[in-house]
Design a binder for this molecule. Structure first.
Ligand code: ATP
Ligand code: MG
Length: 438
C-alpha cells in the first residue's frame, strides 16, 4: 500500500518539476545577463564558480602533464606495481597536488604542493595555459611557503569596471587614492613612501587622467602644486588656480627648476640649522609646505633642435636630477609623465629614471619606453605592459623593486579636475621664490 502511494507520488513528481524547469530555464536564460550585471557577486558564486571549479578538476592532470609538470613515479615503485598487478595499466606520472578550490569575490584561489625538484617558477610559466584551459581572465602564481604555491584566478578583468570609491576630502597628507588595483584594493600613491614617479604611456593611454586623479586628491591638502608643461600649458593650465607656479615652455621650465633647486637648498640649510635630517623633523610651525612638481611630457624638455636648446635641456635635466636626489627629505616630490621616454632623449633621462622609484607604465607605442619604465625593476612586468589593449585606457602596470601589479586609474575628466582646482584655489600656497616671468 505504502509502495503504491510512493509510486503514484513519484509519477506526479516529474510533471511539476518539468513545469518549474520550463519556467525557470527560459527565465534564467532571458534574465541571466541582467542578473549577472546587477548581482555579479551572487551570479559568480551560484553559476560561474561551480562551472569553472568543475573545469579545474577536469583539466588539472592533463594540464600539468601538458605543461611538463608531471613527474614519473620512482622506478622501484614501478617495478613493484608491475609485479603485483600483472597486466595492470602502468602507474600514472605524479602531478603537483591541488588543494581545495575556494571562491573569491571575482575568481578563486587554491594552494598547490610542488613535487620534489619543482620550483614556483615552473608553475608561473604555466599560468597562461591555466587561464586558457579554465577560460578565466588571468591566473597569478605566487610562492606561499616553501614547497607550496598559491594560484589566484580572476574570472573577469577586475579592472574593466573598478569598484574602489574615489577619495573624498583631504585624507592623509601626500597620500591619494588614484584608482583600483587588480586585486580589488585601492591604488594609493603615497609620496611620503615613494617620493618620485615616472608615468609613461602612448598618446590617449591615460597619463593625464592619472595626473587628474592625483591633482584632485592633492588639491584639498596643504601642499603646493607646481606644473611644468612644455606643450604650451595645454595639459596643466587646467589646474592653474591651484598651482603655485606653472612653466609652459622650456625657457620658463629651466628658470622654475633652478628656483626649485634653490628652494630645496634653502630647506637643507633650515634642517641643518635645526639639526634634523628632513623637514618632517622640524616643528609643525616651522615646517615648509611640501611641493609636488608635475612635469607633463618630459620629451619636450629634452628634445633639442639647436645648440642653445641643448644647453637648456642639459640645465633642465641636471636640475631635475638634483631635485630628485635632494627633494624627498626636503619635501619636494616629482611626478614626471611622458609618451616616449627612451634613451635617445639623452643620458640625462636614464640618470633621472634611476631616481624615480615609482613607475607607472600605461599602454606604450614602443618597447623602448616600457623597457625604460619597467625593465630595470621587473622584466616580467614588461610583458604585462605590452599586453594592455588600446580600449583599456587608464590601465597600467605599476612596478617597484618588490614586484609589479596591474591597476586602473579613476576616470577623472578634465572638467572634474578643473572644478576641483577652482574649488581649492584658496588653498594655493604663495611661493614668491618660484615666480617665473612669462
Ligand atoms: N582610467 C580611465 N578609465 C576610463 N577611461 C579612461 C581612463 N583613463 C583615460 N581614459 C580615456 O582615455 C582618454 C585619453 O586619456 P588621457 O588624456 O589621460 O591620455 P594621455 O595619455 O594623457 O594622452 P596624451 O599623451 O595624448 O596627452 C580619456 O579622455 C578617457 O576617455
Ligand atoms: Mg595627456
Amino acid at each position: 500500500m505504502e509502495l503504491a502511494s510512493a509510486t503514484s507520488a513519484d509519477a506526479t513528481w516529474p510533471s511539476w518539476v518539468l513545469v518549474v524547469a520550463a519556467v525557470l530555464v527560459p527565465g534564467l536564460l532571458l534574465a541571466g545577463p541582467a542578473l549577472r550585471s546587477r548581482y555579479p557577486g551572487a551570479w559568480w558564486l551560484l553559476c560561474g564558480f561551480p562551472a569553472v571549479a568543475f573545469r579545474v578538476v577536469q583539466t588539472w592532470r592533463p594540464l600539468m602533464a601538458g605543461c611538463g609538470l608531471a613527474v614519473s613515479r620512482r622506478p622501484a615503485l614501478t617495478v613493484v606495481s608491475g609485479l603485483v598487478g600483472k597486466g595492470a595499466p602502468p602507474p600514472q606520472p605524479r602531478v603537483p597536488r591541488r588543494g581545495l578550490i575556494r571562491p573569491t569575490s571575482g575568481g578563486f584561489v587554491l594552494l598547490v604542493r610542488l613535487l620534489p625538484g619543482q620550483v614556483p617558477e615552473h608553475l608561473v610559466k604555466a599560468a597562461p595555459a591555466m587561464a586558457e584551459s579554465w577560460q578565466v581572465h588571468a591566473v597569478r602564481v605566487t610562492s606561499w611557503k616553501p614547497g607550496v604555491v598559491r594560484i589566484v584566478a580572476s574570472a573577469v578583468d577586475p579592472l574593466a569596471d573598478p569598484q574602489v570609491p574615489k577619495q573624498r576630502g583631504p585624507g592623509h597628507l601626500l597620500r591619494v587614492t588614484v584608482g583600483a588595483l587588480e586585486t580589488g584594493a585601492a591604488w594609493v600613491v603615497d609620496l611620503r613612501s615613494v617620493p618620485h614617479w615616472l608615468i609613461v604611456g602612448a598618446t590617449r593611454s591615460g597619463k593625464s587622467t592619472l595626473i587628474n586623479a592625483l591633482v584632485a586628491g592633492l588639491a584639498p591638502q596643504p601642499v603646493a602644486l607646481v606644473g611644468i608643461d612644455c606643450k604650451g600649458g595645454m595639459e596643466l593650465s587646467l589646474y592653474e588656480p591651484r598651482l603655485s607656479a606653472l612653466a609652459t615652455n622650456r625657457e620658463q621650465a629651466v628658470r622654475l627648476l633652478t628656483a626649485l633647486v634653490d628652494l630645496t637648498l634653502d630647506r637643507m640649510s633650515l634642517c641643518r640649522a635645526a639639526r634634523v635630517r628632513n623637514i618632517w623633523g622640524l616643528p609643525d610651525k616651522e615646517r615648509p609646505v611640501p611641493v609636488v612638481v608635475i612635469v607633463d611630457e618630459i620629451a619636450e624638455l629634452f628634445l633639442v633642435a639647436n645648440r642653445n636648446e641643448k644647453d637648456e635641456a642639459h640645465a633642465a635635466g641636471t636640475a631635475l636630477i638634483r631635485l630628485a636626489q635632494l627633494g624627498a627629505a626636503l619635501g619636494v616630490f616629482l611626478v614626471v609623465a611622458g609618451q616616449r621616454v627612451g634613451s635617445d632623449l639623452g643620458p640625462g633621462v636614464t640618470a633621472l629614471r634611476a631616481q624615480l622609484g615609482g613607475r607607472v607604465c600605461h599602454r606604450v607605442a614602443d618597447p623602448g619606453t616600457a623597457e625604460m619604465a619597467l625593465g630595470d625593476l621587473n622584466p616580467d612586468a614588461l610583458k604585462a605592459a605590452q599586453a594592455i589593449a588600446p580600449e583599456q585606457a587608464g590601465t597600467a602596470v605599476l612596478a617597484s623593486g618588490d614586484g609589479w601589479e596591474r591597476a586602473r586609474s579613476h576616470l577623472i575628466t578634465e572638467a572634474d579636475a578643473e572644478a576641483v582646482a577652482a574649488e581649492y584655489a584658496h588653498l594655493t600656497p604663495v611661493l614668491s621664490e618660484l615666480h617665473v616671468e612669462p
